[in-house]
Ligand binder design. Structure first.
Ligand SMILES: [Zn+2]
Length: 450
């Protein structure tokens, strides 16, 4: 036990990023093409954004630069950071293992996940979050369902905090079997320590009984759900596999409410979606992983009834990479292909889905998801000065961003007023060290799993 704590301490000191230490002074983003992405809002060409104490203090023109750190955004697109509504960052160090020979996602992640020690969790979640940030994702709803003891929960929370990302950590159980209870005492003790303006918040990573007739298991699940509700913790739950029966059970047993986010529900009936809408609940769709594991095609038009919905990565390793542009593109192409209609979807609506609606899905729309005065400064700047974005003569850049942009075109990332990436470079992490630690952990998991 002592050795493992020493290892964690060493690893943490090695890759520690002191983003939370102190805020820089005022930041002025100057002369950018501002896309606020609040539904109904208009783009603001050649505008400035003033960031004061981590908050968007003003959006305007000719804001004075004196005494402020100036980021020149001329010729660049300034957007809210993307919101990844559902992920499992702890599987990051299993990249390339699903369908590596005959391995499938669930058995492989169960097998390797069982071997993970807290230091493996830390590096997976930390490096996964840094990857998200690097590609303009500033918030993540991270479903952490590999918590084998308090030390696992603690390092996961620390990894998210250290990375600089905004997150809700949905505290889950020790595995995906749903046999064991979630450590509600530990979750509640962590939740009690959180402050209203903490960047990383806690939620419950809840699961339904695998056997839906198992009333004993339901009693355990009901207790977890009730406790989360009592303490105002948001809840996420997967609806996949026996999805139709699971969704019906959620409705019948009265679990739908405004702090619940249903994940996947690929083939949900309109009746089920209407019940979710009426409850005020939300939906997280993860097009790449849903199609990869064979849940079906994620057709956005199928979910048009719901306004509270967003997109998610569902684990960088399962999606291949933590890339919201690729996620958006797959969602867009699936829809135009399935409807045989080139005008589906609207590019701007899709960008809003990955920003404003994503924040709304996680209950964070008062804090993030759009560029407007009073919100926390979660911002990405996309520089189209790259071969894959060149040849754009002007007009609405939404389609250019949707169909052409890639994570490497995101040159600046700001979270909660902290500059995480600037001029194309991540400010803090030693990427070489991070890759080495992630590869070492991945090799260790593989070598001990036979
Ligand atoms: Zn998931």
């Amino acid at each position: 036990m002592k050795t493992s704590f020493l290892l964690i301490a060493l690893m943490m000191s090695a890759v520690n990023m002191p983003f939370a230490a102190q805020l820089p002074g005022d930041i002025l983003i100057k002369n950018g093409y501002i896309m606020p992405l609040k539904p109904g809002s208009k783009d603001l060409p050649d505008h400035d954004i003033l960031i004061h104490e981590g908050q968007i203090a003003a959006v305007g023109t000719h804001l004075p630069a004196a005494g402020r750190k100036v980021i020149n955004a001329r010729g660049k697109f300034v957007l809210p950071g993307f919101v990844d509504t559902h992920s499992h960052l702890w599987v990051t160090t299993m990249r390339g293992q699903f369908r590596n020979r005959d391995g499938k996602f669930f058995p492989v992640s169960n097998q390797l996940g069982a071997r993970m020690q807290p230091d493996d969790i830390y590096i997976a979640m930390y490096s996964g979050a840094v990857e998200l940030l690097s590609g303009g994702i500033t918030s993540s709803g991270d479903f952490f369902d590999n918590i084998k003891g308090p030390a696992w929960g603690d390092v996961g929370l620390k990894a998210l905090k250290d990375s600089g990302i905004r997150a809700v950590m949905y505290y889950g159980g020790p595995d995906k079997t749903t046999k064991s209870p979630i450590d509600m005492d530990h979750l509640l003790s962590l939740a009690q320590q959180q402050k209203p303006d903490d960047r990383v918040k806690l939620g419950l990573g809840w699961r339904l009984p695998r056997e839906l007739k198992d009333e004993q298991n339901w009693a355990m699940r009901q207790k977890e759900f009730r406790l989360a509700k009592q303490h105002n913790l948001p809840v996420q739950v997967h609806v996949s596999g026996d999805a139709d029966a699971m969704f019906n059970a959620l409705i019948k047993r009265n679990f739908l409410n405004s702090s619940l986010t249903v994940v996947h529900a690929t083939d949900a009936t309109q009746q089920q979606l209407i019940a979710l809408k009426k409850s005020g609940g939300s939906l997280a769709l993860t097009p790449i992983s849903e199609q990869r594991v064979g849940y079906g095609l994620t057709r956005l038009d199928h979910f048009s009834t719901l306004t509270r919905k967003g997109l998610g990565i569902d684990g960088n390793a399962l999606a291949g990479s933590g890339d919201m542009f690729a996620t958006l593109r797959l969602a867009a192409l699936t829809l135009s292909g399935a409807t045989k209609d080139e005008t589906q979807p609207d590019a701007r609506q899709l960008l809003e889905l990955a920003t404003w609606h994503g924040a709304d899905t996680l209950g964070l729309s008062a804090v993030t998801g759009s560029l407007e005065q009073g919100k926390r400064a979660d911002i990405q700047i996309i520089d189209p000065d790259a071969l894959n974005m060149s040849g754009f003569g002007g007009g609405d850049p939404a389609a250019l961003i949707l169909y052409s942009a890639r994570p490497e075109n995101v040159t600046t990332v700001i979270v909660d007023g902290h500059i995480i990436k600037q001029d194309g470079h991540m400010q803090n992490p030693d990427e070489g060290l991070l890759k080495r630690k992630a590869n070492e952990s991945a090799r260790r998991l593989l070598s001990t799993s036979e």
